[in-house]
Design a protein around this ligand. Structure first.
Ligand SMILES: [Zn+2]
Ligand SMILES: [Zn+2]
Ligand SMILES: [Zn+2]
Length: 134
């Protein structure tokens, strides 16, 4: 998979200079971000970058598990992430995001029994106040 600064894109995706600029900014960005945040910073590194390319590149990272969607007080956002099962503790004061392995999602067996539903994945964001802001 094309890789840049620890962030992977799906197989056979070309790592263009525009995408590289987006990945650079995502790699350096702590906490939650919106596509517009990333676009404004990445455009300073690559003037030809468009907002649509920024959105598409973040969506590519979402497919590989290196970005995940969040909803914040200010609306939809993303967070830099890594593949593997975990959830996010999102601080509503500072916007910081911490990973947790704690999970209380219903089991696949229980979902099948009660709803006839076969789950593939789930997303849970936990919102509150971090220890630094408490
Ligand atoms: Zn994560
Ligand atoms: Zn905080
Ligand atoms: Zn979970």
């Amino acid at each position: 998979m094309p890789e840049h600064r620890g962030l992977e894109l799906p197989p056979r995706t070309r790592l263009t200079p525009q995408r590289r600029a987006v990945l650079d900014v995502v790699a350096d960005h702590p906490g939650a971000f919106t596509a517009l945040d990333i676009f404004e910073r990445a455009r300073r590194k690559h003037r030809g970058l468009g907002l649509a390319t920024t959105y598409r590149t973040i969506e590519l990272l979402r497919r590989t598990g290196y970005a995940r969607p969040l909803s914040t007080r200010d609306g939809p956002a993303y967070v830099r992430c890594a593949p593997g099962h975990h959830h996010h503790l999102v601080c509503l004061t500072c916007g910081g995001v911490e990973d947790t392995k704690l999970c209380a999602a219903p089991s696949a067996a229980e979902l099948r029994r009660r709803h006839g539903f076969s789950p593939e994945t789930h997303e849970v964001g936990i919102y509150g106040t971090c220890r630094n802001c408490a």
